[in-house]
Design a protein. Structure first.
Lengths: 481, 1080
């Protein structure tokens, strides 16, 4: 670097074309390490306890509810005939949808060289893993005989042998979700290694040194480590990318493969993936908007990050809205009276409020993000992100309950009502989710320290002056050098 | 420590908990002894001749009896007595315990069909709440002490000639009982006899006796009638011998080809009844109007009798009456007018007079000799109040609960110095007789002791026991014999003596289950014109009085389809059976019409108080389509205060309003809305078929014009594309020896629900309780769907964006047409349930059965979601192991904290996890429950999906039997021509013969022939599930001259409204025409 002369004339970027840096205020590397690692160090702040105690209580509630349900029967839930899947599968799909943003951010955006991802990927990935854990509880526990869950795995056995039914989408679910969880976990852990080493190096007590050291796998930051790390990271990103698309596609096949009006739709795989990313980003926003404030990370998770994520939400929300429109169009165009009935009753039937929430919150509300004011207003973003989460929950409600409660034979129609156990179990999964997330905040760096450093302006090898307002010299400019 | 409850209990209890629960004299040890003894009885019965050796002294066998094959069932002919007849039965016994009742197909004229009560009766045998003890004044006594009491009674009666001795009986046809009664009457001439039935079906006999001036009872030959007019007569529902009437009536509804003829049924009624649902024309009128309609009919038909024509009541279309009468008159000798049991005798007299005028006597209605019946309960109450009764012997019945309210029966009964009662339950009447002088003896179930009965046609049938009395119960004849002071008191000997025939005849009698040539003689009768005239004038004057009372609600008290008059109140199968009309379970309701409800500002589930005179009763409202305006329907038999763990506190007690002067109808009721609501458990929430071609119907004309109408009334099918993944069953079925299939004739099914109970009994289906039914978790594998179709042009909005709770306010339900459809697993060849099960728990066998492997099921419930027919049932809460009280949500008892018989559930399980525990049921309940189960069908645990198997166990047994028979010949195929194809439980029980099961690969089988008919279609055929269960479309036979004639059935009109006219020859698929109407 030193050999190169400082250019006599720096190209001046017009004010309006200036890119906002990903770390503001020209913060140095040390500041970044201090600030991010600091969240997981020192005295446990009061707000953490205030959040953790209720979360843990709700997680305990989840345990109680599951024990109650397993010992007593699925009947403690509201599931009934014809709505044999109620909140169990709604919440499964909802949580698994939320679990989509993390891997999308870390894998697909990595491959697409979206550098802003570094500010949010760690927390989003953690969110993914915890959300998938919450999701996984439901299919595992909602069956009538939980102790035989292992029959869903192709484990050689002495009974026949009897294999799982490979034609069943539930079977595919088992593979899709478990693979996704495994790869996401590995990917997350991979990315954590350099930061764990940072934590190790900063640790002041023996147990911390030991534990961080253990999990840092002897990371020294050598070039060889970095080189292997980068390759592995790229590979895992490549591996995860199809998984992001496959998990929710497969989950959507639980519905699309059946022949229920409202379920039997070829549009489901892309529609579900878009919806999942949409809800995932909604949840990321819900978590990060307050978090960046509480942890004083506004300079790392900047308004630009929020802005970009709002745009992703807008795009995926619009895809979802388009999918809704297509569903209605096809229901009308097909002339199939069962389909028509189902779709009319989504808006005008008993559960009209579900249809209204779904259409309003998922198709209309994100349209506000066309306006910069909404993207920049944190209160608005937070409120909208909550609405997105609610809307996506109702989408699953409408699809599952709204299709099951009135199907082919009117004689079998019925009404689904959740029970207190359904509600408490759902609250319990929130407890579990936030318990894990708070533990994550407290013990692991919630932002990828090493990666963020890589996207600071001063990390750019071409950035010789330091503090220049653009991240990368434009190709045209280079010619002039 | 001495005050510790455990210690005190230890002091008091000699034996460990549970051991003394079965009170003396039947200990559990004794019970087991009796059980094994019954094996002997069972084994002896299987003698090669098929005749049973009467065994009275039951001893455990130490040696295997000859011809006893362990594990196989024996069948015994027996019968269930009804009020005025008997249902001949074949009882299946497994290792000495009866497990299933079926109709006796050998019975002349019968088809093996029964009614739901006969199917459910077996559950009463194993009812843990039945009377198990001999009780004196509320305290346990020994049987010997009770017998001493009867002896003392006898001695005293001998001394006084029976002065002060009164008997209160239920109606019964037993010749042995009659003999005992005569014996007593001879010995104690001053003893008095009374008969009380809260639902009095004897009016037919009384009225016929009046009309013809001779003691006769009518037998209606519905099979011979071409045109039937029912005046409030639910002959296929709540009348006596309904199952036999169904058989006869549906013979006239059976069509094979377009040229076949159909009978025609006109119904005039207040309630919506099964008869009204089956009717081609139906008129709904308030109860007080029915006699006036009868008068109008009589004036049309009895013109030559010179009766002056009365005015046609307001609101009744005179054309309806005149055209219907024309139709009747056009079919002399093959028409029939029947009046229902609720109608006053005068209406019956008019009906018989019309039958006589139409030349029907001896053709569609015959008259049999019948004996008169003793005094009724009002006479007894009078005599009690006069202090004339010293000892009141109540045999059966429950008068404290169901006597007319104005008799103040409890007080009257208390006037007797001593009450001796033989009862099946320790019920309300037991509670009211707990003085020191009062005795309560446990009654035996009819499967526990000997008896005999006459069918309504007078054929003698035996009541053979299949098991020794579980709790030492007695029968009426035994009690009567003891009171008579007879030496012979054993029921067997009494019955044997009554039979009087030789040993061979006796054996044949028991073997066949009836005595040939004992039917009562048909007598020739002539109408007594004076009786008709007096009936005429009586009705006219009554009607004039009625007309002056206006603006009042009229009440109809009716026999309930499930609990009868309350006698089956503790029978869980019946309580949970959906009422064939309302589809309500576990409750009765205040039934009223939409219009009346609107006038009163009521909606479903509103609590109301009905006031009649100074008596009140309150219950929830249920708006019933097709119910007459300004009337209230109150089903009897509910509101039992002391019934058992099933029946206590279910519904409200309509007997409280019922008085001797208004037994069936009461005018002048007022209704007041109370605060709050009471939720009812209805199994079917939606009433309309919404124009979907689920049940396909046409009028006879359309059927003749378009025999393939069932195929025209279908939705457009998606184009057939070759599947990338061919259905594995298509190749597998080539290896199947048989191909099972089922055909359901919608023309003959009238929706009585017998099949539902038969299935429940055969397949060990648990009950789930009201709360679970409300949560949509009823377990019956079979259901009977009932839809109403309204005229789309009359108040029926084309838009259907209404919730189910709105349907009660819609005008189209005022005069709907009803259709019913038994629905159960359709055994689809391309079953949607199979490919979605992740563990292969539901698969196909190569004979076309959709199998459910309970052991493999983990309970994802995906199969149910993907089943378009929604016939799969999921065991949500261990329904077999939870007593009803633990099935009420939303806080269910959990085994984590529950104790059963004083021990923590988990500990019980931990001690012996391999032994199935009783769950949360008490031991005594569990022991009886276990006995009631069919050993050939597994009892499913919780978390497992279950559904109709087409009685796989019966198929497999038939196959095994055929394999044994075939031996080396290898001829293992079951053939219908050889009678080796089994019948499913529902098919066996169906009195209409509407369900036919068989081998569709055998072109000669009945099911193959039915499936070859033009009317054959499968439900939701556009889904290509290729069900093995198919339906024969329904054909109506309306009269074009009638004012309520519809050119096509209303359900078809609804279909046409949405999908276009299926009969238009437009070249294109009929379903694509007229699409612009479609809305949703």
């Amino acid at each position: 670097m030193a050999e190169r002369a400082i250019p006599s004339k720096l190209p001046v970027v017009p004010k309006e074309l200036e890119r906002i840096p990903l770390v503001q205020n020209q913060r140095g590397f040390a500041w970044i390490s201090d600030r991010i690692a600091g969240v997981a160090e020192g005295k446990t702040p009061l707000w953490w306890w205030m959040a953790f105690v209720p979360s843990l209580s709700f997680a305990t509630l989840l345990l109680c509810m599951l024990a109650y349900q397993i010992s007593t029967g699925v009947g403690v839930w509201g599931d009934m005939r014809p709505v044999m899947w109620g909140w169990d599968i709604i919440n499964f799909v909802w949580w698994i949808g939320i679990g989509h943003a993390g891997t999308l951010i870390s894998a697909i955006l990595f491959l697409l060289r979206q550098r802003w991802r570094t500010g949010v990927n760690r927390a989003a990935e953690a969110m993914t893993i915890f959300a998938v854990m919450c999701a996984g509880i439901y299919p595992a526990m909602h069956v009538g005989r939980v102790w035989f869950d292992w029959w869903l795995f192709p484990i050689p056995n002495s009974n026949g042998p009897i294999w799982p039914q490979f034609r069943s989408p539930l079977m595919w679910d088992v593979f899709a979700v478990s693979t996704y969880f495994t790869v996401s976990l590995l990917f997350w852990y991979m990315g954590l290694i350099p930061d764990l080493a940072v934590m190790r190096d900063r640790a002041k007590t023996r147990p911390r040194q030991f534990l961080y050291g253990l999990f840092a796998l002897g990371w020294t930051g050598s070039n060889r480590h970095w080189s292997n790390y980068e390759k592995a990271y790229l590979l895992l990103a490549g591996l995860s990318t199809p998984l992001v698309l496959s998990v929710h596609s497969i989950v959507s096949l639980d519905f699309a493969v059946s022949q229920l009006p409202g379920w039997h739709t070829t549009i489901f795989p892309p529609y579900f993936v878009a919806g999942a990313i949409y809800s995932g980003f909604g949840m990321v926003l819900t978590l990060l908007v307050p978090l960046r404030k509480i942890c004083k990370l506004e300079e790392v998770i900047t308004l630009r990050h929020i802005d970009v994520m709002c745009k992703v939400t807008l795009a995926t929300g619009s895809i979802v809205g388009y999918a809704y429109a297509m569903e209605y169009f096809i229901a009308w165009y097909s002339g199939n009276p069962y389909e028509r009935w189902t779709f009319w009753h989504r808006i005008f039937g008993t559960y009209w409020y579900g249809g209204a929430a779904m259409l309003g919150f998922n198709a209309l509300v994100p349209q506000l993000f066309w306006f910069k004011w909404f993207r920049q207003n944190l209160v608005a973003v937070f409120v909208i992100s909550i609405l997105i989460n609610i809307g996506m929950w109702f989408e699953r409600f409408v699809i599952i309950v709204g299709s099951l409660y009135q199907d082919f034979l009117p004689s079998s129609w019925g009404y689904f009502k959740p029970t207190w156990v359904d509600i408490c179990t759902f609250l319990g999964t929130f407890g579990l989710f936030f318990t894990l997330f708070l533990l994550f905040l407290r013990f692991l760096p919630l932002i990828a320290i090493s990666e963020v450093k890589g996207v600071t302006p001063q990390a750019d090898p071409h950035h010789l002056l330091g503090g220049a307002k653009h991240e990368e010299p434009e190709p045209d400019d280079e010619v002039t050098l | 420590m001495t005050e510790a409850p455990e210690f005190r209990q230890w002091l008091e209890r000699e034996f460990p908990r549970g051991a003394s629960e079965w009170t003396d004299p039947v200990s559990r040890r004794h019970f087991v002894k009796i059980m094994s003894a019954s094996f002997l009885l069972a084994g002896m019965g299987l003698a090669g001749s098929g005749c049973r050796r009467p065994v009275e002294h039951l001893e455990p066998f130490g040696k295997q009896p000859e011809n006893y094959v362990y594990g196989t069932s024996q069948y015994y002919a027996t019968a269930m007595a009804t009020r005025g007849g008997a249902v001949p039965l074949l009882a299946r016994s497994y290792e000495g315990r009866p497990v299933k009742l079926e109709g006796n197909a050998l019975f002349p004229g019968g088809n093996g069909g029964t009614d739901r009560w006969a199917q459910a009766a077996i559950l009463n045998l194993y009812d843990p709440d039945r009377a198990r003890r001999f009780i004196r004044g509320g305290n346990n006594a020994t049987p010997d002490a009770a017998f001493d009491r009867l002896r003392e009674l006898s001695k005293r009666a001998e001394a006084t000639g029976g002065e002060g001795l009164s008997f209160l009986l239920e109606r019964n046809t037993s010749p042995s009982r009659m003999r005992m009664q005569k014996l007593i009457a001879g010995k104690f001439p001053k003893a008095r006899w009374y008969v009380y039935e809260p639902v009095d079906l004897d009016v037919h006999r009384r009225a016929a006796s009046t009309a013809f001036g001779a003691s006769v009872k009518p037998i209606f030959k519905y099979d011979a009638a071409k045109v039937i007019l029912s005046l409030d007569c639910d002959f296929i529902g709540s009348e006596e011998d309904a199952h036999d009437n169904i058989r006869r009536f549906t013979q006239g509804r059976r069509v094979e080809k377009p040229s076949d003829s159909l009978n025609r049924l006109y119904a005039v009624e207040t309630l919506m009844s099964l008869t009204g649902m089956a009717a081609d024309h139906r008129m709904r009128v308030a109860p007080s109007v029915i006699p006036r309609v009868a008068l109008a009919f009589a004036s049309e038909i009895l013109k030559q009798a010179g009766l002056d024509a009365p005015e046609v009541p307001a609101g009744v279309n005179p054309k309806w009456i005149s055209e219907c009468a024309k139709d009747l008159l056009a079919h002399p000798g093959e028409s029939l007018v029947v009046a229902g049991y609720r109608q006053p005798p005068a209406v019956h007299v008019l009906a018989q007079a019309m039958n006589a005028a139409l030349g029907n006597i001896g053709k569609t209605v015959v008259f049999l000799d019948a004996a008169a019946i003793e005094g009724g309960i009002s006479d007894l109450a009078k005599s009690l109040n006069a202090g004339e009764v010293e000892t009141l012997v109540i045999l059966g019945g429950n008068p404290v609960y169901n006597a007319p309210a104005d008799l103040d029966w409890t007080r009257a009964q208390g006037r007797a110095k001593s009450v001796v009662r033989l009862g099946y339950y320790e019920d309300e009447t037991f509670e009211a007789a707990r003085r020191d002088a009062d005795w309560h003896l446990p009654a035996a179930h009819f499967l526990e002791s000997w008896g005999d009965a006459l069918t309504s046609e007078g054929v003698l049938v035996p009541i053979q026991p299949l098991i020794a009395p579980l709790f030492g119960g007695l029968t009426e004849i035994e009690v009567l014999a003891r009171i008579a002071g007879e030496d012979v008191v054993r029921p067997y000997e009494i019955v044997r003596q009554t039979f009087a025939g030789g040993e061979d005849a006796w054996r044949k009698f028991l073997y066949e289950g009836f005595a040939e040539g004992t039917a009562a003689k048909v007598v020739n009768v002539d109408v007594d014109p004076n009786a008709v005239k007096s009936a005429w004038s009586l009705l006219q004057s009554e009607q004039a009085a009625m007309a002056s009372m206006s603006n009042n609600l009229e009440i109809v008290f009716h026999r309930d389809h499930a609990v009868d008059d309350g006698r089956y109140s503790n029978n869980g199968w019946l309580q949970e059976m959906a009422d064939p009309i309302t589809k309500l379970t576990w409750d009765n309701a205040v039934i009223l019409s939409r219009k009346t409800a609107r006038q009163l500002g009521l909606k479903n589930f509103d609590l109301v108080e009905i006031k009649l005179g100074d008596r009140t009763v309150s219950g929830p409202v249920w708006i019933q389509p097709g119910f007459a305006d300004d009337s209230l329907g109150l089903a009897l038999g509910y509101g039992r205060e002391k019934s058992g763990r099933v029946g206590s506190g279910v519904g409200f007690n309509a007997y409280r309003l019922r008085t001797t002067v208004a037994e069936n109808f009461a005018a002048g009721a007022t209704l007041r809305r109370l605060d709050g609501t009471f939720e009812l458990a209805c199994i079917q929430n939606h009433w309309s078929m919404e124009g979907r071609p689920i049940i396909r119907e046409a009028n006879l004309d359309q059927f003749r014009q378009h025999p393939d109408f069932a195929h025209r009334e279908k939705l457009e099918e998606p184009p057939v594309v070759t599947s990338m993944y061919p259905n594995p069953f298509d190749t597998a079925k080539e290896k199947g020896l048989h191909q099972w299939g089922m055909s359901v004739d919608l023309n003959t099914c009238i929706g009585c629900g017998t099949c539902v109970i038969a299935c429940q009994s055969e397949n060990n289906i648990p009950i789930v309780g009201k709360d679970q039914v409300r949560r949509g978790r009823a377990m019956q594998w079979m259901r009977v769907d009932r839809y109403y179709a309204g005229d789309p042009t009359q108040g029926r909005l084309p838009d259907v964006l209404k919730t189910d709770s709105d349907q009660q306010f819609e005008e189209w339900i005022d005069d709907p047409q009803s259709v019913v459809q038994p629905m159960f697993c359709q055994h689809c060849e391309a079953a949607p349930c199979e490919n979605v099960c992740p563990v292969n728990a539901t698969t196909h066998d190569n004979e076309g059965l959709n199998l459910m492997v309970y052991n493999r099921c983990v309970g994802t419930r995906y199969c149910s979601n993907n089943c378009p027919y929604k016939v799969r049932r999921f065991n949500f809460l261990d329904f077999n192991k939870r007593p009803l009280k633990d099935l009420k949500g939303p806080f269910y008892t959990t085994p984590l904290t529950h104790e059963t018989d004083g021990e923590w559930d988990l500990l019980r399980w931990w001690k012996d996890p391999t032994e199935p525990t009783t769950g949360m049921r008490a031991d005594d309940e569990w022991d009886l429950l276990k006995m009631s189960k069919n050993p050939d069908v597994s009892v499913r645990m919780r978390g497992v999906m279950e559904k109709c198997t087409l009685c796989l166990q019966r198929i497999e047994q038939a196959k095994i039997a055929q394999k044994v028979k075939a031996g080396p010949s290898g001829d293992v195929r079951l053939k219908e021509s050889e009678g080796t194809v089994p019948k499913t439980a529902c098919q066996q029980a169906c009195p209409a013969g509407a369900l036919v099961f068989g081998d569709i690969s055998d072109p000669g089988s009945r099911v193959s022939k039915l499936k070859a008919q033009d009317r054959n279609y499968s439900v939701l055929d556009n889904l290509f599930t290729r069900p093995r269960t198919t339906y024969l479309a329904r054909v109506r036979n309306p009269n074009p001259a009638m004012p309520d004639y519809h050119e096509v059935p209303l359900s078809l009109e609804e279909f046409e409204h949405k999908e276009g006219n299926p009969f238009e020859e437009s070249g294109e698929s009929p379903a694509t025409a007229g699409k612009e109407h479609t809305h949703g």
